[in-house]
Design a protein around this ligand. Structure first.
Ligand code: SF4
Length: 242
């Protein structure tokens, strides 16, 4: 059995989305629910697209955990209501934070190669939404970037997912996305979870994080390239009509 990418990271402590209701109030640092949710710009009668646009605006203005971030918050996410595929990664790295473009780094290059997608298709928001587990750069630790802030996913993912009404497939890229979305449905290791990806269909597909830091893991688990990625590519291409 291969080692798990990001095995040294703490897993997000947010509630599994299976238990999270939409409109969830933010989780404070001590794990309790804040009685006062942040001001919302949402209006119940908005059309789906403008509902999502306002929610994106609200998310982009989020400052909930600003005191714990090394740089001013810069939530990086993109979506339109027509998207059928959602990519959930870890959290922006420094380069992504600076450019504001998700997956604009070697990890993104590998992910696009895995999926057989050009940048043009990958960044077409009408088809693909990109929302990481943590929306802002969390800073660096001893072993690479810190985990996504635990407040983030429970605050934003349920509401954003509800607004993405045409979603058919979510790619869970890396251990943090899988911890949040799969919870106890994960296997003992990330390798086992990914290798059994069919169990999470039709709605979700777990993948390892494509970071260059995981090069050794890729070598130890050649079945990923040989068995899993060709099938995932077919799923994604079919969904996107390629
Ligand atoms: S990481 Fe998430 S919760 Fe924290 S400020 Fe950014 S968007 Fe808000």
């Amino acid at each position: 059995m291969g080692m798990s990418p990001h095995a040294g990271h703490n897993e997000p402590s947010g509630t599994s989305p299976r238990a999270v209701q939409t409109g969830v109030t933010p989780v404070t640092e001590d794990g309790s629910r804040d009685a006062k949710p942040p001001p919302s710009f949402l209006c119940e009668n908005l059309e789906p697209e403008s509902h999502l646009e306002r929610l994106l605006l609200e998310a982009r203005r989020c400052r909930i955990c600003a005191a714990h971030l090394p740089l001013p918050p810069r939530p990086i996410l993109r979506a339109t209501a027509s998207a059928r595929l959602l990519i959930v990664g870890q959290a922006p790295g420094r380069r992504v934070h600076e450019t504001g473009i998700p997956w604009n780094d070697p990890s993104g290059d590998r992910l696009r190669a895995w999926l057989g997608l050009t940048k043009e298709v990958f960044y077409n928001e009408a088809r693909i939404a990109i929302i990481p587990t943590g929306l802002c750069y969390p800073g660096k630790g001893d072993r690479g970037d810190l985990p996504p802030r635990s407040e983030c996913a429970p605050t934003w993912h349920p509401r954003l997912r509800e607004a993405l009404r045409h979603l058919e497939l979510i790619l869970l890229v890396g251990a943090h996305a899988q911890a949040y979305y799969l919870g106890n449905a994960r296997k003992r290791t990330l390798a086992e979870t990914v290798r059994n990806y069919r169990e999470y269909l039709p709605g979700m597909v777990p993948l390892p994080h494509p970071s260059p830091r995981n090069q050794q893991w890729f070598k130890l688990n050649p079945w990923l390239e040989a068995e899993v990625l060709p099938e995932v590519r077919k799923l994604v291409w079919r969904l996107l009509g390629l």
